[in-house]
Design a protein around this ligand. Sequence first.
Ligand SMILES: NC(=O)c1ccc[n+]([C@@H]2O[C@H](COP(=O)([O-])OP(=O)(O)OC[C@H]3O[C@@H](n4cnc5c(N)ncnc54)[C@H](OP(=O)(O)O)[C@@H]3O)[C@@H](O)[C@H]2O)c1
Length: 262
Amino acid sequence: MSSVKIGVFGCGNMGKALVLGMKSRFPDAEFYLYTPTETKARELAGHVHGHLVRALNEMPSDLHWYVLAFKPQSLDDFQFQFKADSRIISVLAGVSTAKLIQKFSVERVARLMPNTPSSIGEGANLYFLNQSFSKADEIAFVELLGATGRLFKMTTESDLDLTTAFSGSGPALVFELARIFEAELLRMTEGRVDAKEIVAQTFSGSAGLMKSEKSFEELRLQVTSKKGVTHEALEVLKNKDLQGLFREAFEAAYKRTLELSK
Ligand SMILES: NC(=O)c1ccc[n+]([C@@H]2O[C@H](COP(=O)([O-])OP(=O)(O)OC[C@H]3O[C@@H](n4cnc5c(N)ncnc54)[C@H](OP(=O)(O)O)[C@@H]3O)[C@@H](O)[C@H]2O)c1
């Protein structure tokens, strides 16, 4: 694994997070990085002592893995002649393996739905491998991408699409909650307390407890005494049907995933 060679197309938020995660576990891994404007590929190449690929036709065609890490909307413009036996990892939300196999005339396409905590080795990353991958391919894939966080195998591609809004988009929903906590704390204390630090520690401490054996409901009940302070706050959220609001958000995200797959 130490001499693994990986071609990466797209070095934005996700491409960078994955490359940094893999490099931290496999310092000898060699990265070949391409972006149309060169800027992000150059910057990332500097961080990981990688190769800047200035033009698509300069990307070597015999690397161990290729990562597609650009927006699904850029797929139509992206033209690259992969060798038929190339191993491709796509992070493109909603884009099916069937579509990629047809476009690139390859057999082995893995889908990875990572999230941004991958950049600190804490990703909750979903994957689906089509049946052309061997067991040895899967072991190599898990070893390589395991560096970016926990991997969750999806046995069907539709499960990957259904789960995308929860894990891939999940951090954005968590950060939005944190932003609301911070803004309301600042408003109520008229800016006298260090709201960002208090909120960050509350979220990271709670996340630590969430990994215990206890269910999320049990953990919530531990904080909620009858007619107490927390109970008052939760009642407001319940009366406004917070769960219904989240249901709508997840359904809307799934609908968008399906639109992108067309
Ligand atoms: N962000 C997330 O949390 C997240 C989570 C799960 C999955 N994803 C998936 O990750 C992918 C990338 O998202 P992102 O947030 O990293 O986007 P991003 O920050 O906007 O980065 C996109 C990158 O793709 C490059 N690019 C654009 N057109 C290209 C082309 N034709 N060929 C090769 N590279 C091209 C861009 O190059 P320039 O720098 O030259 O513009 C840029 O480096 C998306 O498919 C998304 O569905 C993202």
